[in-house]
Design a protein around this ligand. Structure first.
Ligand code: ATP
Ligand code: MG
Length: 247
């Protein structure tokens, strides 16, 4: 039993979720290591959503509301930590969830798809290899994308994506990407269109609230907010927040 008074209580709780997901065949071994890398940066930002991250989440909400074909790409880590909230986001916007794994095995795809099916998600892509195509601009084990998902999408939400893919999706495939990555220096954060530097467990509930708040704004107003945003400035603010903590 975890002790609620422990100063790292929440962090330990998320670790427990990660271990359980690994045991349940949802998370690959390397997913546990990726989580550890995230923990380090969360410690450095103070384990809270900074005002800069909050602003970036608002911009992400605007992107979702103006996009024509947005898709949510999920992997093992995202599923382990925030499957409920991802399902809620998908239902709120009425958009598909694509299972897109770096280490894709039939077993993991099945285990992850069960999680979302149990949460009432019917618009689930990437469950069947037949609906995948190879994209010429993506190399490596994660090159295939769902024909009706990432392939068609104009906006891809890629929480915890690998850097190579983030770069290729954004730059070579000319798509808008929104990533969630605690490390402002990772290639994922550096190459995405919008990089939310915060823990996924805090981001998704905040993003859902923000979408609800922005839902009645006109497309012009939303686009004005988008135009006023600079991801370069966002990343520089995120790095400065870490430097301030060190000082
Ligand atoms: P990149 O491939 O983008 O250059 P990387 O190779 O350093 O980055 P990976 O191991 O591919 O990183 O993926 C782990 C990334 O996910 C890390 O940058 C880490 O900070 C981030 N991460 C892990 N857990 C979380 C979390 N709970 N919330 C947000 N980000 C997280
Ligand atoms: Mg990587």
């Amino acid at each position: 039993m975890l002790n609620k008074d422990h100063p790292r209580y929440k962090s330990l709780l998320y670790r427990e979720k990660i271990v359980k997901a690994h045991d349940a065949g949802i998370l690959a071994d390397s997913g546990m290591i990726a989580h550890g890398r995230g923990e380090t940066f969360d410690y450095l930002i103070g384990e809270k959503t900074t005002p800069n991250a909050k602003n970036t989440i608002d911009i992400a909400a605007c992107y979702f509301l103006v996009a024509e074909n947005p898709v949510i790409s999920v992997n093992g880590n995202t599923t382990a930590l925030v499957a409920d909230e991802i399902a809620e986001l998908s239902k709120l916007l009425n958009i598909p969830i694509e299972i897109n794994l770096y280490y894709r095995t039939d077993e993991r795809v099945l285990n992850i798809s069960r999680v979302y099916e149990d949460l009432g998600i019917t618009n689930l892509l990437g469950t069947n290899d037949d609906e995948f195509i190879d994209t010429p601009d993506l190399n490596g084990p994660r090159s295939p994308v769902s024909i009706d998902g990432i392939n068609k999408a104009d906006l891809i939400f890629i929480p915890l994506e690998d850097g190579d893919r983030a770069e290729k999706l954004t730059i070579n495939n000319n798509k808008n990407t929104i990533c969630v990555d605690l490390n402002p220096l990772s290639r994922t954060a550096q190459t995405s269109t919008v990089s939310i530097v915060d823990n996924i467990v805090r981001v998704i509930p905040e993003l859902i609230d923000s979408i609800k708040k922005h839902q009645n704004m006109s497309k012009d107003e939303l686009n004005d907010k988008i135009k006023s945003f600079s991801n370069e400035e966002n990343l520089s603010n995120s790095i400065n927040d870490i430097i301030k903590r060190f000082k």
